[in-house]
Design a protein around this ligand. Structure first.
Ligand SMILES: Cc1ncc(COP(=O)(O)O)c(/C=N/[C@@H](CCC(=O)O)COc2ccccc2)c1O
Length: 365
């Protein structure tokens, strides 16, 4: 049996510049003790928020003053804070299939949640008129999990929808924007927004490591005012040591060098993985999902169900997840081929072929 993981939830930690990070952490500990002996700003340390503002302006054209940026230990944490800034009766629209952890969080917070259908350009604009959410949570730069990239035309439709009512917001979750192969990344929704109605969300989970638990959101001025009124009830969930370490890591240029290098590493891994699937499965597999991010979607021509494939794979020590994991309220598994989410970040190029062959045996033997 082989220990193989096609999990989409991992990065290639072997390439992580541990020595550089350690140096930043030592500096953070020794030179910033005054920051560590107090709780500090609930939004997070100003200096890190200033570095992030520069980074997302440079990388994604996001216009943000550091005082509009809130840090949090993960996207769910930020969403929890956001639900406290918006009216309790707000109806949140989520992509179907979509990010189940935000769906679960909103349900835990007893919020109204509406799931909205996708097409090959992302969220359907007419769905907004039909289902009437107040706030739309969307992943335009790389729809999670299908991988669709939302074209500029659809982005403008969403912004027009939002501009019709000042109470509407679009949460642009740009979680996977760092890794685009072959296609140029389309400017962020936030950079096109003229009415302060886009809440921009980002994370360091994919560009650095998920275990870092450091994510951020950029609030429009109106929501920052609401935040400031409630500020005494908030507290920062990220460690000040990690925050300063990250600030130094960014300011010393390690972050941009790392993401530039990882883009090539992941591009090569993606190509090797797709080639292995095409070589082993031939036309029994259909691969979709734009050339970006750390996973793609593979649909298999077989009578086996997704559940049977996942269970059988587990007996062979193969970790893999299916599309139904991300179906929030309605399942289409009955009218589509069994579909798996193939993460390649944790696989070495030389193990791609044997890993794909092991998966082939699970599905076709
Ligand atoms: C749409 C979307 N938005 C944000 C995030 C990131 O959340 P955060 O880490 O809390 O900031 C994810 C992580 N989604 C995770 C999948 C979750 C699941 O399948 O259950 C996968 O996340 C990673 C993938 C590769 C490398 C590192 C992380 C998100 O899918």
């Amino acid at each position: 049996k082989m220990d193989v993981s096609f999990s989409h939830m991992q990065v290639d930690t072997e390439e992580f510049p541990l020595k550089k990070w350690l140096k930043c952490e030592q500096q953070a500990l020794y030179n910033f003790t005054s920051l560590h002996k107090q709780y500090g700003d609930p939004k997070g340390i100003y200096e890190l928020r200033a570095s992030i503002a520069q980074l997302i302006a440079f990388n994604r054209g996001v216009r943000a003053h550091p005082e509009q940026i809130i840090l949090g230990a993960g996207t769910q944490e930020l969403m929890r804070t956001l639900t406290r800034l918006l009216p309790e009766e707000t109806a949140y629209g989520l992509e179907e299939p979509g990010y189940q952890r935000v769906y679960q969080l909103l349900k835990q917070e007893k919020r109204n949640v509406i799931t909205l259908p996708l097409d090959d350009k992302g969220i359907q604009a007419e769905g907004l008129r039909h289902y009437k959410p107040d706030v739309l949570f969307t992943t335009p730069s790389h729809q999670f999990p299908t991988g669709v990239i939302m074209p500029a035309s659809r982005r403008m439709q969403l912004l027009n929808w939002a501009s019709e009512n000042p109470g509407r917001y679009i949460i642009e979750d740009d979680y996977d924007s760092e890794y685009k192969y072959d296609t140029d990344s389309i400017p962020s929704l936030q950079s096109l927004d003229r009415h302060e109605q886009v809440i921009y969300m980002g994370t360091f989970s994919k560009s650095l490591m998920p275990g870092l638990r450091l994510s951020y959101m950029v609030l429009p001025v109106q929501l920052i005012r609401s935040y400031q009124k409630m500020q005494p009830t908030f507290i920062q969930s990220c460690s000040t040591i990690q925050q300063i370490s990250l600030k130094l890591f960014i300011d010393e240029g390690h972050y941009l060098r790392h993401t530039k290098r990882m883009k090539q590493v992941y591009k090569d891994k993606r190509e090797a993985c797709v080639a292995a699937f095409e070589n082993v499965f031939g036309d029994n597999v259909t691969i979709s999902g734009a050339k970006s991010g750390l996973h793609f979607v593979a649909a298999f021509r077989t009578e086996k169900t997704e559940a049977a494939i996942i269970a059988e794979a587990a007996t062979q020590n193969i970790e893999v997840y299916s599309l139904s994991r991300f179906e929030l309220e309605s399942s289409t598994s009955h009218k589509r081929d069994p579909t798996l989410i193939i993460g390649f970040a944790g696989l070495h190029s030389e193990e791609m072929h044997p890993a794909v062959q092991a998966l082939y045996k699970v599905i076709y033997d």
